[in-house]
Ligand binder design. Structure first.
Ligand code: 13P
Length: 253
C-alpha cells in the first residue's frame, strides 16, 4: 500500500524566503521522523529554489504550472522550469485559483495533460462550493471529468485527486471540516467515476486525498475511517508543531 501523502500547501505565505526556509527545515525534521509518510511542501514559487536545496526526505511541490514549455508567457512558470527546480508534485485546479484567477476547466485540463506528459505528478483539486444533504454534488464529478479529458488511461496511475470541498477550507466563512464518513462517500464516488473513465485497475492506482480544515485531531479519522490516502493541508501547514503532529498521526495508520 502507498504511504499516506501529506502535502503542505502554504498558499501565499510566508512573507520572506528566510521565514520559508525556517519553516521548511522544521517540516523536514518531522518528515525524517516519520519514514512511513510521504511529505510534500508546496511553497509559493519565489521560495522553490531555496527550499529545494534543504529538503532531503520531503518532496517539493508547486502550487501552479503553465502548460507550455518556454516562450512568450509573461508571469507564468512552465513545467520545464519546475522540473529544473526539483519539483515533483503540482497542485492544479485549487478552488482559490478557480475563484480569484478565473481558472477554467479547460485550463486545468491543459495543466493536467502537460504535467502527466512531462513526469510531474498533478494533484488535481475538485470540490463543491456548497453541500446540502448527504449526496456528493454532481459538480465534483463534472470537474473531474473535464480535468481529465484526453488523459491516457495508462497515465492515470500518476495522478493524485484531492477532494477539497470549498466550504471546508479554513479561511472561508463558517468553515468546518467534512466528516470522515462523508469524505469516504466522496472517495467512493470519485473512484467509481475514475473507473468509468479508464479501467477499474487504473482507477485503483489513483491516490485520493482530502483537504479542508485538516488538523492533528482529525487527520487520523480521515485516513482510517474515511480511507483517504493522504491530506492537502493549508492553514495548519504554517504551524510546524501542528503539522509535525499531523505527520505523526498519519504514520500511525
Ligand atoms: P485549510 O487546511 O486551511 O482548510 O486549507 C485547505 C486547502 O485549501 C489546502 O489546499
Amino acid at each position: 500500500m502507498a504511504k499516506p501523502l501529506i502535502i503542505a500547501n502554504w498558499k501565499a505565505n510566508p512573507d520572506s524566503a528566510v521565514r520559508a526556509v525556517v519553516l521548511a527545515k522544521k517540516i523536514e525534521q518531522a518528515a525524517r521522523a516519520a519514514p512511513k509518510v510521504e511529505v510534500v511542501i508546496a511553497p509559493p514559487s519565489p521560495f522553490l529554489f531555496s527550499i529545494g536545496h534543504i529538503l532531503r526526505r520531503t518532496k517539493l511541490g508547486a502550487q501552479n504550472v503553465f502548460w507550455e514549455d518556454l516562450g512568450p508567457y509573461t508571469g507564468e512558470v512552465s513545467w520545464r522550469q519546475l522540473k529544473h527546480l526539483g519539483v515533483q508534485y503540482v497542485i492544479i485546479g485549487h478552488s482559490e485559483r478557480r475563484r480569484y484567477l478565473e481558472e477554467t476547466d479547460e485550463m486545468i485540463n491543459k495543466k493536467v495533460l502537460a504535467t502527466l506528459d512531462h513526469g510531474l505528478i498533478p494533484v488535481l483539486c475538485v470540490g463543491e462550493w456548497e453541500r446540502s444533504g448527504n449526496e456528493i454534488p454532481a459538480v465534483v464529478g463534472e470537474q473531474l471529468k473535464r480535468a481529465l479529458k484526453r488523459v491516457e488511461p495508462s497515465r492515470m496511475k500518476n495522478l493524485v485527486v484531492a477532494y477539497e470541498p470549498v466550504w471546508a477550507i479554513s479561511t472561508n466563512p463558517g468553515a468546518r471540516a467534512d466528516t470522515p464518513d462523508s469524505a469516504f462517500r466522496a472517495l467512493v464516488y470519485l473512484r467509481r467515476l475514475l473507473a468509468s473513465l479508464c479501467s477499474r485497475r487504473a482507477a485503483e492506482a489513483v491516490r485520493i486525498i482530502y483537504g479542508g480544515s485538516v488538523n492533528a485531531q482529525n487527520i487520523y479519522p480521515f485516513l482510517k475511517e474515511g480511507k483517504m490516502q493522504g491530506a492537502l493541508v493549508g492553514g495548519a501547514s504554517l504551524f510546524p508543531q501542528e503539522f509535525a503532529k499531523i505527520v505523526v498521526r498519519a504514520s500511525d495508520t
